[in-house]
Design a protein around this ligand. Structure first.
Ligand SMILES: NC(=O)c1ccc[n+]([C@@H]2O[C@H](COP(=O)([O-])OP(=O)(O)OC[C@H]3O[C@@H](n4cnc5c(N)ncnc54)[C@H](O)[C@@H]3O)[C@@H](O)[C@H]2O)c1
Length: 367
């Protein structure tokens, strides 16, 4: 019998995504009573509810956030996502982690770092807090910082949920490190509930199912949060573009079709400050009907970027807890395939969803 039903998480990067996740945990704190929660696969997920998730540690470098109670830090600037819950103090202060490559020339204008603030010992805090799971919400391109926190998770004996496109679960070397440490990892790059990636994948699947070729496609995204500001630095974008492009290309190739590099363009496209956390996606697919007659489809999707993936994060965290309960190690394939853009192995979304349902049945807690 597994007695401990608390899911103790440590969060790296208290930006907009962390804000939506923490607001959601509070907003749905009586989840057992709810009949439906948008964004979750199940209210009772393998025996775990949202209420079981406890934040026990949090790390950031922004001097507006470090030292604050987590409940205050999630509303501090430059966070600008929608506030749907006012979270009361939770008694956990934001610790300061190493900066490494977490802040760049664009974000440094909005993310103040006070070098006189003492840097905390990440591994020691993780161990003392009893954290079981580390969830990574660093900015895109934080290669060194992500590797630092992934190593810290291993040293502290925690599972790692990697929501960003720095490749850990899908990287053979890192996957092996987690396997060797006897710890699970879920990643990489979280897929939003109904976001640009899943919409693009659904439309591409529709075309393929109806016997069409994908001749050309693009997905252009704009937003006004620090995630989009950070991605103005094109060099940091390489892995994001790979992650987003592979997510669509893999479907095309799975059906025996190919698409040339210059006929598929997917990625973040610009920073528009007044959009705040609202992300707009412009998506186009060009194809040909019977008789080689051309056709195309255009979609404009508008979403609040951060709440859009918070439910997916909650389900990923609960999958990770089931993995820890059963001492699974290395990359956890099923939740990664459904919840992440760049999993170790890509599957069709309907297949991936059934894989997660089977995973829940197999590993659900019995009491
Ligand atoms: N919104 C979504 O649906 C979605 C989907 C997929 C991936 N993501 C990824 O999730 C990540 C987080 O997104 P966000 O909107 O919260 O970004 P954000 O910029 O609001 O938050 C990042 C946080 O990390 C902090 N940080 C920077 N360097 C750090 C360091 N060295 N140590 C600790 N903290 C540090 C920043 O101060 C900030 O608080 C991004 O990489 C984004 O691309 C988001």
């Amino acid at each position: 019998m597994i007695k401990d039903r608390q899911i103790k998480i440590a969060i790296i990067g208290l930006g907009n995504c962390a804000s939506s996740l923490i607001q959601g945990i509070y907003y749905y704190r009586n989840s057992k009573k709810e009949k439906f929660i948008p964004g979750l696969m199940h209210i009772n997920f393998g025996g775990y509810y949202i209420d079981d998730i406890k934040i026990v540690a949090a790390f950031d470098v922004n001097s507006n956030k470090v030292g604050l109670d987590v409940a205050d830090a999630i509303y501090a600037k430059p966070n600008n996502t929608v506030v749907f819950a006012k979270v009361p103090k939770i008694g956990i202060k934001v610790s300061k982690g190493p900066i490494l490559d977490g802040v760049n020339k664009y974000t440094s204008e909005l993310v103040p770092v006070d070098n006189s603030q003492k840097q905390d010992d990440v591994v020691e805090i993780l161990k003392k807090s009893g954290a079981q799971i580390v969830i990574n919400y660093l900015p895109v391109g934080s290669q060194k910082a992500t590797e630092f926190y992934a190593n810290a998770a291993i040293e502290a004996g925690c599972g790692f949920v990697n929501c960003i496109p720095v490749f850990i679960a899908s990287d053979k070397k890192w996957a092996k490190k987690f396997t060797n440490a006897g710890l699970p990892v879920i990643g990489d790059d979280i897929k939003a509930q109904v976001g640009a990636t899943i919409t693009h994948r659904a439309l591409v699947s529709l075309f393929l199912d109806r016997g069409m070729r994908i001749e050309r496609t693009y997905q252009l995204n704009t937003g006004g949060n620090t995630d989009f500001l950070n991605m103005l630095e094109r060099e940091r974008l390489a892995s994001k573009k790979i992650s987003k492009t592979e997510s669509v290309r893999s479907l095309i190739e799975a059906r025996g079709q190919t698409i040339a590099d210059n006929n598929i363009h997917i990625g973040p496209s610009d920073y528009v400050p007044w959009q705040k956390d609202n992300k707009i996606c412009f998506l186009r697919i060009e194809s040909k009907h019977f008789g080689d007659v051309p056709m195309n489809i255009e979609v404009r999707l508008s979403v609040e970027d951060s709440p859009n993936s918070a439910g997916v994060a909650i389900d990923s965290i609960r999958c990770m807890k089931l993995a820890l309960d059963h001492k699974l190690k290395g990359p956890i394939i099923e939740p990664a395939a459904f919840f992440q853009k760049r999993p170790p192995q890509q599957f069709d979304d309907r297949i991936a969803k059934n894989m997660v349902e089977d995973y829940i049945k197999k590993y659900a807690r019995k009491n």
